[in-house]
Design a protein around this ligand. Structure first.
Ligand code: DC
Length: 225
């Protein structure tokens, strides 16, 4: 039996997975594994090398030139692409869009599976993504599916981008989120969906403190600690 604990948090873009996971990880003394960052790292490779990310063949053929790995510094996740720390480069919306497209290819999902699973051999983790409870960690100790209305998620994303001085307008953000939802929910392989044993929690109109407090009690109850 693995001595480390694992918590799976899935949900659509902008549901609050990342912020909530960061705070919960700190409260629990776990590391937060942001699996979207791995898909974004692969996406960045295709963007920077001007490669065709629409073609499944091109994407699958180029994966052997890519090495993605993660480590943790002061419990913060660092993502390396071919040996370079690219953690600060993967938040651009172009990268998110390419990540959403290439994540539909099974070769990409298989390529990243081992890296995600390996983390639980070394750390207690709170891992967020789209298929964590269903595919990556089907035996996770706690499984949560976070959701919120598409308008609320767009509002949050818009606020985050503005805070980072990234130029955007609300309608553009809303349309991008709708497009990513469409890709994530409807792809054939590992589509975004709650597992049968996930708690489904709607964060619309809830503050981050309300969400964290509720989930912290839920997790403690589930893990008997
Ligand atoms: O969570 P994020 O926005 O950083 O994720 C970027 C894209 O990566 C997302 O649109 C879908 C994909 N993704 C995935 O398919 N499976 C995961 N476990 C995490 C992300």
């Amino acid at each position: 039996m693995n001595k480390f604990k694992s918590i799976a948090i899935d949900g659509p873009a902008g549901a609050g997975k990342s912020d909530v996971s960061d705070i919960l990880a700190e409260k629990l003394g776990f590391v937060h594994v942001d699996t979207g960052a791995l898909y974004r790292a692969v996406a960045l490779y295709f963007l920077e090398n001007n490669l065709d990310y629409i073609s499944k063949e091109t994407v699958c053929e180029n994966l052997n030139k890519i090495k993605v790995d993660i480590n943790f510094k002061n419990n913060l996740q660092i993502v390396n692409l071919n040996g370079n720390d690219i953690t600060g480069k993967i938040r651009l919306k172009e990268v998110a869009n390419i990540a959403s497209l290439i994540s539909a290819f099974s070769c990409v999902r298989d390529f990243l599976l081992e890296i995600q699973r390996n983390t639980v051999e070394f750390y207690s983790v709170i891992m967020d993504g789209r298929d964590i409870a269903t595919v990556v960690l089907p035996n996770a100790d706690v499984k949560i599916f976070l959701t919120a209305s598409v308008e609320e998620r767009a509002k949050r994303r818009f606020k985050q981008l503005k805070e980072k001085n990234i130029k955007c307008n609300y309608n553009e953000v809303l349309n991008l989120i709708k497009k990513r939802d469409n890709n994530d929910f409807h792809r054939k392989i590992a589509p975004l969906k709650p597992s049968q044993d996930s708690l489904i929690y709607d964060t619309t109109n809830k503050t981050i403190d309300e969400v964290v407090n509720f989930l912290f009690s839920y997790i403690k109850g589930k893990m008997n600690c």
